[in-house]
Design a protein around this ligand. Structure first.
Ligand code: ZN
Length: 535
């Protein structure tokens, strides 16, 4: 389900960037080396800095020819475009990173965009604004009631007390992107927690229910009001604005991985999920009993010392006695995919040329083996124009250390020492333990660009040409609310590795307002070099 159409990077932008910091638009290899040297000099102990030398490259290249049409997207927060100025911002990303597609949030229910100042890039040429205390909207499109007749949910309607309430982001972006030959994509991550509860009217009516009958902080895929809200939203979006595409995502584990990693109560046991699973022949009471025992087992392990014996056998015992747990988990995943299918179908019916694809978040792409086992990218490709797996090489290291290894050791992998657990992880995910950090290094050094290659390759092989693959190349992604610096040479290599693995394009990630200029330029250097190599 792919379609090749794209803007041309050859078209000259009408406006030039004014500031000194951003005016260095003729990036050469020498500039790039200078930037690398500058970064190394100021941050000798930066995470990832121990991997600055490119590895000896034994990996075969499956690179497709790059051209001006090759998709080079970038993820942005809406407020950044207004803060930095639309024209100025578009020029900057194009001239530094060769970006030809802008992906901007239409809603920001998933996280507070007022992030700590120290995590934001100070070198875009516009003074940073203090974010705390700002009253930013959660909805960045004008909504129209006729599209929401089949759902009780309603979007926030920002009044004049909100910043930018009089602005219309997607309408304002059309002309500036068109004249630069750039594509305009909306970007959505579903919301949860207090932001969703406070800004989405009637959100409490669609909350998923945990195994104990308590409402969770997120919505249920099988609730028709929730699914219809998404289809209504994307219908509104594509009927009201001239958008070229949509990237949609939901950053959650399923009930099984959630419980195994955190001991949080399994879900969803609402009436819709019970009816669905019952229709599939799954005994609701036994599923509930199995999940309850699993949850109790994990919680007991969380209060036991590492090395507690019987932990893994305990997991197997529950799964053997209550195979309903696995059936419930699998139905959960299907209900998520059916939501994606409904979104895909809705957009394509309105605008067949629009490109609709999925944000596969970091846990899903790089450590949730259950997500990986449930469905291949090849199966997802049937309702995807593109798939974007997150492959943020630097920040993966602390995430694996603290969000995966540590949590599993306090759970069903209690008996396995961390270094052996890490080896098992590398082996089963197909990463090269010789190139990737040891347990001790995970707090000091990022993953290598080879990880980007391997994870992109897996996506390319599974999709088998049925959908475009755009790895999300991430850098300067914060950790514990602090800037977690990336090194330009590794960013440069990560981009090259993505294309070497057969990617159809890339998405520069995670948020533009975090991205330091030398790293944006490193992206541009790699793209230019690969494009030139084809000429
Ligand atoms: Zn449910």
């Amino acid at each position: 389900m792919k379609e090749s159409s794209g803007p041309t990077r050859e078209e000259k932008p009408d406006n030039t960037v004014e500031s000194t910091a951003a005016s260095d638009t003729n990036l050469t290899r020498r500039d790039f080396i200078r930037d690398v040297a500058a970064i190394s000099a100021i941050a000798p102990l930066a995470p990832g800095s121990t991997v600055t030398t490119p590895q000896a490259d034994a990996t075969p290249s499956a690179r497709k020819p790059l051209s001006a049409d090759t998709f080079i997207g970038i993820q942005m927060g809406p407020q950044t475009l207004f803060d930095e100025g639309i024209e100025r911002c578009l020029d900057l990303i194009r001239e530094t990173a060769e970006v030809n597609a802008v992906m901007v949030y239409s809603q920001t229910y998933h996280m507070d965009m007022r992030r700590p100042l120290q995590t934001l890039a100070p070198d875009h040429g516009v003074p940073l604004k203090e974010m705390s205390g700002r009253k930013l909207p959660q909805v960045w499109m004008k909504t129209h009631p006729q599209y929401y007749q089949h759902t009780v949910l309603r979007h926030q309607q920002p009044d004049s007390t909100y910043e930018f309430a009089d602005r219309d982001l997607f309408a304002e972006l059309v002309e500036p992107t068109r004249k630069r030959g750039m594509k305009l994509y909306a970007r959505i991550l579903e919301g949860s927690g207090s932001i969703a509860a406070q800004s989405i009217t009637n959100f409490s009516q669609v909350r998923a229910q945990d195994v104990f009958g308590q409402p969770t902080s997120f919505a249920c895929w099988n609730n028709p009001d929730y699914r219809n809200w998404w289809t209504g939203t994307v219908e509104d979006m594509f009927r009201s604005y001239q958008l070229d595409g949509l990237q949609w995502g939901a950053e959650r584990h399923g009930p099984l991985m959630t419980t195994l990693l955190s001991g949080r109560a399994p879900f969803c046991f609402c009436v819709h999920c019970q009816a669905r699973c019952q229709a599939k022949g799954i005994n609701v009471d036994r599923a509930r009993q199995g999940f309850t025992e699993l949850c109790a087992g994990v919680r007991a392990l969380q209060h036991s010392p590492p090395g507690t014996s019987g932990a893994f056998a305990g997991l197997l015992r529950v799964l053997l006695r209550y195979p309903e747990v696995l059936g419930w988990e699998y139905q959960y995943r299907w209900s998520r995919e059916e939501t994606a299918q409904a979104i895909y179908k809705t957009v394509k019916a309105i605008k067949p040329a629009a490109q609709v694809g999925w944000h596969v978040d970091h846990q899903q792409s790089s450590w949730d083996q259950v997500y990986r086992a449930e469905m291949t990218y090849g199966e997802m490709a049937a309702y995807s124009d593109f798939i974007k797996p997150i492959v943020y090489h630097d920040i993966l290291a602390p995430r694996i250390r603290w969000w995966y290894l540590d949590r599993l050791q306090k759970s069903v992998l209690s008996e396995i020492p961390l270094d052996e657990s890490l080896d098992f992880y590398y082996a089963t995910f197909g990463y090269d333990r010789k190139r990737e950090p040891s347990v001790e290094q995970l707090d000091k050094s990022g993953f290598s660009p080879d990880y980007v290659y391997r994870e992109t390759k897996r996506t390319v092989v599974e999709t088998a040409g049925k959908a475009n693959v755009y790895p999300g190349i991430g850098f300067d992604v914060p950790w514990n609310e602090q800037h977690y610096p990336s090194v330009p040479e590794n960013v440069y290599q990560a981009v090259r590795k993505g294309f070497d693995a057969g990617a159809d394009g890339i998405v520069v990630s995670r948020e533009y307002d975090e991205m330091r200029l030398p790293n944006l330029k490193a992206v541009g250097a790699a793209v230019k070099e690969l494009t030139r190599a084809q000429a």
